[in-house]
Design a protein around this ligand. Structure first.
Ligand code: BGC
Length: 856
């Protein structure tokens, strides 16, 4: 089977080597036909998809060839785009062999034949029968609707008994006995709450992401959940956008590696396993590029950027077999993503070969009215369905408008059929028709094993941003366990709910070990504590608490207004009594995640004042930042010797932070998103495109002459990040050798010929310090000359390396077509002859350099 795959890949990559659709048309078509034929006779794909590929290639061949002789290049490209199953960016792929299998599709077809139009439309409806995760919740009679076959999926139903209740109605009372899918936002753990996804990305460890999603899948499935709304793989380059917390950060390469790992853990490459769940990759597409970082805002970008940056992690997740994709709320270049045939059909289905279904985000179909692409519900529902949106979520518009439009001939029934097929495929592949119920087990509780797992994960996510010397100490951290008195200060120090993070699923604050609880255990009476202030100031803090605790807002208005000045003075007095102060600050968990855009990227309320007051005592200060996004830490960097970014670490928050503070664990997290010097730099990311006037020289002061001025820079702040992508300190030091390349020159045709490695970059990394440590070795490249400008640096490889003191390890980074290619002006993924600069090091500032050439 592998041999067959390789032959096909080879043939296909021949096709990729074409410079334009109009070129090499003859050999292209022959190759494509042959490759499809070989795929067809290989038994690992269904006849259906084989035939579809063959059809596509013939269609492509006939249509494109006919036009290539006479028509302009543009017209040819337009036809290429219009051809079913043909994408200029890579041709058709197959994403999940289970969904494409003959067995599954035969069962789908047999069932489809028995379904009435209303039953079909019922499969396309999803509702929340639990809590709401968006506005305008439906509150309908779900029991009756399920029995009538009017529901395909329910979300937010908690616990095996509750899911079984609805499942029993679906399987035993509905006419065709079609089981329901139960969806849930399992974002960073189900019951066991792990660190937020952004923190997991900071581990730069796909194994960790897989561990989290595997554990979450087991817990979710035990509750009858078969569809998890995760992973969220939106590229997030602007921390004003609160959903950066759910993302893998700014980089398409890191994001893609993590995306694959999340999907693998959920689905195990086999949806039919009793503890697999269908992964719903979200939010398709480019939701993270919301203009000005404002939630739900439009996105507008070139197609090259869309494909090369924003779509990459979704593609990786789909390639890894993700069964479901969730559409996003935003528009992309003027077309709402939830009704965009270009992304939902052309790219997702035709280019990537996605056979699963697209689920609307909460109410996204009805929101198309607000986008102004239709004057009534029927129109926007039709546009969404025809664009490739299969399942309507919560707003009931498919249910209320599609049947009539099919009956009147406005929508062909085949369009509905196709959407139903996609939904049923996932249900069959999950084995739900054979095993619809969740065995009811004992209620969940946190076992020591689960705690150990959560701690291991959290340990890996801590990013030590700064660790300066302080009064004779070479570095302030790690703290000696013999330290006499420690003052723990700040509103995050004993904030259990705040440790769980933005989307804690069924996480319970009672399971959280806070930093205060852990330090009390470690230090006993040597620990002093003062909260210092709330997370917000004045009346806002009372209101925040009433929101978090679900108590009355009116009651909050009556409560005495907190006196921050007084409590801050008390906290400073507490710090005075100690040898060292640990200050734990952040932002409210209610201010992280969906609908939490901010223009000030700093500590909320009076926390900055609290920090300044503690620093003013002259005591050594360690700042622990517990946030869901990169903050502007400019003041802290200038005044606080040690800063640890601990994110929202989950149930083992206290032990994990303490592990790093006391040096039981070497901090090995590295930033997945740049931390700015000022909010005005956003969106800030390392992989910038070059400019005609690149900034150089010392940008730390204002320009003194026009040579210093007339370049791409800010006058009042440096261009660079305060802490760049990939940054993170360890308690030891690492030395990087000059990287080597296995070959100085590679012929272009070899790179284009297949997707295998053409150059290997070698690197020796040495631990030059006196303690063991883990480094994340990172490889960056720059394509120096291309027909389309390329970023000044791009991550193309990384690996975590654990080194004993004095130890050296050799690491290698393979580079091939996947790493070296880019999208050209014709939207072809290609490589051209050029020189690649290569850097290896411990962050995006890596300075050990080499290069190699790709020659004509
Ligand atoms: C969010 C999604 C989530 C969905 C279902 C929406 O508000 O944008 O990320 O999966 O609700 O809960």
């Amino acid at each position: 089977m592998r041999d067959c795959g390789e032959i096909v890949a080879k043939l296909r990559s021949q096709r990729l080597s074409a410079r334009g659709a109009a070129q090499k048309m003859k050999s292209e078509s022959i190759l494509t036909w042959i490759s499809c034929f070989i795929k067809l006779i290989c038994s690992d794909i269904s006849v259906k998809s084989g035939v579809r590929m063959l059809f596509n290639s013939i269609y492509h061949d006939l249509v494109v060839r006919a036009f290539s002789v006479r028509a302009s290049r543009l017209l040819v490209l337009a036809m290429v785009l219009a051809a079913p199953g043909w994408g200029p960016a890579g041709g058709q792929e197959q994403s999940n062999s289970q969904l494409a299998s003959k067995e599954v599709n035969d069962r789908v077809e047999a069932l489809l034949k028995k379904m009435t139009l209303d039953e079909k439309i019922g499969q396309l409806a999803q509702y929340s029968a639990g809590f709401a995760t968006g506005p305008n919740a439906s509150h309908l009679k779900y029991d009756q609707m399920v029995a009538n076959g009017q529901v395909g999926s329910l979300e937010n139903v908690v616990g095996a008994e509750a899911t079984n209740h609805y499942q029993r109605i679906a399987v035993e009372k509905s006419r065709l006995h079609i089981p329901l899918l139960f969806g849930f936002d399992v974002i960073h753990g189900d019951h066991t709450t792990f660190p937020i996804p952004l923190a997991i990305a900071a581990s730069w460890d796909p194994g960790t992401a897989e561990l989290v999603s595997r554990t979450s899948a087991q817990e979710a499935r035990a509750d009858g959940i078969t569809l998890v709304f995760s992973p969220m793989v939106d590229i997030a380059r602007d921390p004003r956008w609160g959903r950066i917390v759910e993302s893998n950060g700014e980089d398409p390469y890191l994001g893609s590696v993590m995306a694959r790992a999340w999907v693998k853990g959920y689905q195990q490459d086999d949806l039919s396993k009793p503890d697999s769940v269908a992964a719903c990759v979200k939010h398709f597409a480019a939701y993270g590029a919301a203009i000005a970082g404002r939630e739900y805002n439009a996105t507008d970008m070139s197609q090259i950027t869309l494909r090369q940056v924003y779509l990459e992690p979704y593609h990786a997740a789909v390639e890894a077999g993700a069964a479901v994709v969730m559409s996003s709320f935003n528009s992309i270049n003027g077309i709402p993503a939830s009704a965009d045939p270009f992304t939902l059909t052309q790219i997702l289905r035709k280019e990537w070969g996605f056979d699963g279904f697209v689920d609307a985000d909460w109410g996204a179909v009805a929101e198309l009215l607000n986008h102004g692409i239709g004057a009534d519900g029927a129109t926007v529902a039709r546009k969404a369905l025809e664009a490739g949106m299969d399942m309507d979520n919560e707003d009931g518009l498919y249910q209320s408008t599609l049947a009539e439009q099919v009956r009147s001939g406005k929508i062909p029934e085949s369009v509905v059929d196709e959407a139903v097929r996609r939904v049923l495929r996932v249900k069959f592949a999950l084995g739900l028709f054979d095993h619809p119920y969740a065995p009811v087990g004992p209620p969940y509780h946190v076992t020591p094993e689960r705690r150990a797992l959560a701690r291991k994960v959290a340990d890996e996510t801590m990013v030590l941003l700064q660790n300066n010397s302080f009064e004779g100490m070479e570095t302030l951290l790690p703290l000696s366990s013999k330290v006499r008195k420690v003052a723990l200060i700040g509103p995050m120090a004993d904030n259990a709910a705040g440790m769980l993070g933005a989307w804690a699923g069924k996480g319970n604050p009672k399971d959280v070990i806070t930093l205060k609880a852990e330090l009390e255990k470690r230090l006993g009476s040597r620990l002093l504590y003062a909260k210092g202030c709330g997370l917000l100031s004045g009346r806002d803090e009372n209101i925040l608490q009433s929101v978090i605790n679900h108590t009355s807002l009116a009651g909050a208005e009556q409560m005495p207004v907190p006196d921050d000045a007084k409590t801050i003075a008390e906290a400073a007095a507490t710090a005075q009594k100690a040898d060292v102060a640990i200050v734990a600050l952040g932002e409210p968990v209610w201010w992280e995640g969906e609908a939490t855009s901010r223009v000030h990227l700093g500590f909320t309320g009076s926390q900055q004042k609290l920090l300044e007051a503690v620093v003013a005592t002259g005591k050594p200060v360690i700042l622990v930042v517990l946030s869901g996004r990169p903050f502007v830490l400019t003041w802290a960097v200038a005044h606080v010797p040690a800063i640890l970014e601990a994110w929202s670490p989950g149930i083992e928050a206290g032990p994990a932070v303490a592990d790093v503070l006391f040096g039981d664990v070497d901090p090995s997290g590295r930033l997945p998103a740049s931390m700015p010097r000022a909010v005005g730099q956003e969106p800030l990311y390392y992989a910038q495109l070059p400019t005609g006037r690149p900034a150089h020289g010392d940008l730390s002061h204002m320009p003194y002459d026009s040579d210093q001025k007339m370049m791409s820079r800010y006058l009042d702040v440096q261009n660079s990040a305060l802490f760049p992508f990939g940054w993170g300190l360890s308690y030891t030091h690492f030395r990087f050798s000059t990287p080597t390349v296995s070959r100085a020159e590679v012929p272009l045709k070899e790179v284009l010929a297949d997707r295998r490695t053409v150059v290997v970059v070698g690197e020796d990394v040495t631990n030059t310090g006196s303690v063991a440590g883990t480094e994340v070795v990172q490889l960056y490249i720059r394509d120096t000359v291309a027909s389309v400008e390329q970023p000044v640096r791009e991550l193309k490889g990384f690996t975590r390396v654990m080194l004993a003191p004095g130890e050296t390890k050799h690491v290698e980074f393979p580079l091939g077509f996947n790493e070296l290619s880019f999208y050209n002006a014709d939207m072809m993924r290609t490589v051209e002859s050029t020189t690649y600069d290569v850097w290896v090091g411990g962050s995006s500032l890596a300075d050990q350099e080499t290069s190699f050439k790709v020659t004509e």
